[in-house]
Design a protein around this ligand. Structure first.
Ligand SMILES: Cc1ncc(C[n+]2csc(CCOP(=O)(O)OP(=O)(O)O)c2C)c(N)n1
Ligand SMILES: [Mg+2]
Length: 375
């Protein structure tokens, strides 16, 4: 073995993680020297509510795809705490840049949860107004949104909206796989040297489709930040309290002018990458079972029970509310009118393009050949 050729450089996966945890899988509060939360009883119950509802709506979307009502769906199953914790940590003026899986953050932003379903049904291209709701459109191009978030954050600084308690910050969501993309590493450089008010929130769900974490990195992802000159922190991404506390602190530091932070939310994608994927082809059941024991919702339920903050009636009422929301979601998806095929050419360019205009005209001519036919 050559000098310096340690076990780790030879490809052993990163050791078991150390992370910020405030609520363990048994539902017990854990103290941390740097992070704390102080929620009211209602806020704790509200957090449980959001976790349950986003999981239920996600399950409904998966079922709708299976029944042919959506083209594809990227489930958040297992990642509810990372999303609800960080989503609730955003202040109203903060701008979020999601991937295609951030349905829980979207819900916490107060956006109608049907919105991503119309996108994945193909009836629109993302129908929310990003500026109005402070939540950018879903981005499929892996990692691209980290550059958008950084550029937006630089704009905040240039507009003088940083440096005060009511200043703005941005948060960029991305995955473990995205950490290997050039865009993400470029975003880190720009954010660092321009001291941009951006939080990089990496949900390390252990897989990039079928590629496991050890194919992306030989060091824990949060440590990457060191090389770029800003802090990195790893949080238990299945712990909603810790996810909230770490994100809130990083956003507040960013808005105060203290620069970016990389957060690695250590979690697990319990389902398939998307409905087009079959994870049984590349991972073993015992791994999934081990993560089931760290379920993000169960630990909050245990906590609420042990603290006497909620009982069976409350849990049953939340389940019922989630069920009703899911039924309503399904009804609204089935009611969505199909768009006219010609609208495919809309919104490609804000002010049109000669080529697209030509293609639209050609398509219209083609469609007119069907005039009067039942189809
Ligand atoms: C630039 C680019 N390359 C490849 C793809 C295909 N692709 C879609 S999802 C994905 C994996 C992303 O994994 P990760 O960043 O860990 O996010 P996760 O899906 O696990 O949330 C890839 C490679 C893409 N969408 N964009
Ligand atoms: Mg991943």
């Amino acid at each position: 073995m050559a000098k310096g050729d340690t076990a780790r450089t030879r490809g052993t996966p990163p050791a078991e993680p150390e992370f910020v945890q405030l609520l363990n899988p048994d539902g017990e509060r854990v103290e941390h020297p740097d992070y704390a939360v102080d929620f009211t009883d209602d806020e704790y119950r509200g957090m449980y509510h959001d976790l349950v509802v986003v999981r239920r709506l996600d399950a409904e979307a998966t079922a709708l795809q299976r029944q042919g009502e959506l083209g594809i769906w990227a489930s958040l199953l297992g990642q509810e705490a990372a999303q609800v914790g960080s989503g609730r940590a955003l202040r109203p003026q903060d701008m979020a840049f999601p991937t295609y899986r951030e349905h829980g953050v979207l819900y916490c932003r107060g956006i109608d949860p049907v919105m991503p379903l119309s996108l994945f049904r193909g009836v629109d291209q993302g129908a929310w107004d990003p500026i109005k709701v402070k939540f950018a459109l879903y981005t499929i191009v892996i990692g691209a949104q980290t550059l958008h978030a950084t550029g937006y954050a630089m704009g905040i600084a240039m507009d003088g909206k940083m440096g005060a308690e009511d200043g703005e910050a941005t948060i960029a969501y991305f995955g473990d796989g995205a950490s290997s993309q050039g865009d993400v590493n470029e975003a880190f450089v720009w954010a660092s040297v321009f001291h941009a008010p951006v939080v990089f929130f990496c949900q390390n769900n252990q897989y990039a489709i079928s590629e496991p974490l050890e194919r992306q990195t030989r060091v824990p992802l949060y440590q990457r930040a060191n090389g770029f000159g800003f802090p990195g922190v790893r949080v238990d991404g299945n712990d909603v309290l810790a996810s909230y506390a770490v994100t809130r602190a990083a956003l507040d530091q960013a808005r105060a002018g203290q620069g970016p932070t990389l957060i690695e939310a250590y979690t697990y994608r319990m389902g398939a990458h998307t409905t087009s994927d079959d994870p049984t082809r590349y991972r073993i059941a015992s791994e999934v079972e081990a993560w089931q024991a760290k379920d993000p919702i169960l630990r909050v339920r245990r906590f609420l029970t042990q603290q006497g903050l909620a009982g069976e009636d409350f849990f049953a009422a939340v389940d019922e509310e989630a069920r009703v929301e899911a039924v309503r979601l399904r009804e609204r998806v089935l009611e969505m009118p199909d768009p006219a095929p010609i609208t495919l050419f809309d919104h490609a360019y804000p002010h049109g393009s000669p080529l697209v205009d030509e293609e639209r005209a050609e398509f219209a001519r083609y469609q007119s050949t069907f005039a009067g036919e039942a189809h």
